[in-house]
Ligand binder design. Structure first.
Ligand SMILES: N[C@@H](CCC(=O)N[C@@H](CS)C(=O)NCC(=O)O)C(=O)O
Length: 119
C-alpha cells in the first residue's frame, strides 16, 4: 500500500494512526502541500479532489480519510478500532462527530490548506 500524505496533514495523521493500530505498513508518498504538489497534474490524476490523504492498494485509489479508515476497518477487522455493538459505537462517536462526518471537504487552497501547509 502507498499512503499519499504530508506530515503536517491532520487528516493524513488519522489514517497513519489507523494503519499503525492495525499493524499495517504503507509506503509514505510525500505530497508537499508547501509546494502545492497536491495541485499538480500528476497528483490530480491520482486524486482529482487534490487533497491528501489518498491510499492506494493494488491500483485502487481511496480518498477521504473517514472512508479510508472505514475500508481499513472492514478489510482488517482485527484489532477493531470501534466497539462491536451499535450502542457502544454510538457512545464512541458521540464526542467526536466532526472527526467522522468530515467526509467531503473540497480542495480550497484556503482554510484547510493554511492549517496543513503553514509556511
Ligand atoms: N475530508 C477530507 C479532508 C482532506 C483535507 O482537507 N486535506 C488537506 C490536508 S489536511 C488538504 O489536502 N488540503 C489541500 C487543499 O485544501 O487544497 C479528509 O478527511 O480526507
Amino acid at each position: 500500500m502507498q499512503l499519499y500524505s504530508f506530515f503536517r496533514s491532520g487528516t493524513s495523521h488519522r489514517v497513519r494512526i489507523a494503519l499503525n493500530l492495525k499493524g499495517l505498513a504503507a509506503q509514505y508518498m510525500v505530497v508537499d502541500l508547501r509546494t502545492e504538489a497536491h495541485q499538480s497534474a500528476d497528483y490530480k490524476a491520482l486524486n482529482p479532489q487534490g487533497l491528501v490523504p489518498a491510499l492506494v492498494k493494488d491500483g485502487m485509489v481511496m480518498t477521504q480519510s473517514p472512508a479510508i479508515i472505514e475500508w481499513l476497518e472492514e478489510t482488517h477487522p482485527t484489532p477493531a478500532l470501534l466497539p462491536n455493538t451499535p450502542d457502544d459505537r454510538a457512545r464512541a462517536f458521540a464526542p467526536w462527530p466532526p472527526w467522522w462526518l468530515a467526509i467531503s471537504t473540497p480542495s480550497t487552497t484556503g482554510a484547510s490548506w493554511n492549517t496543513c501547509a503553514t509556511r
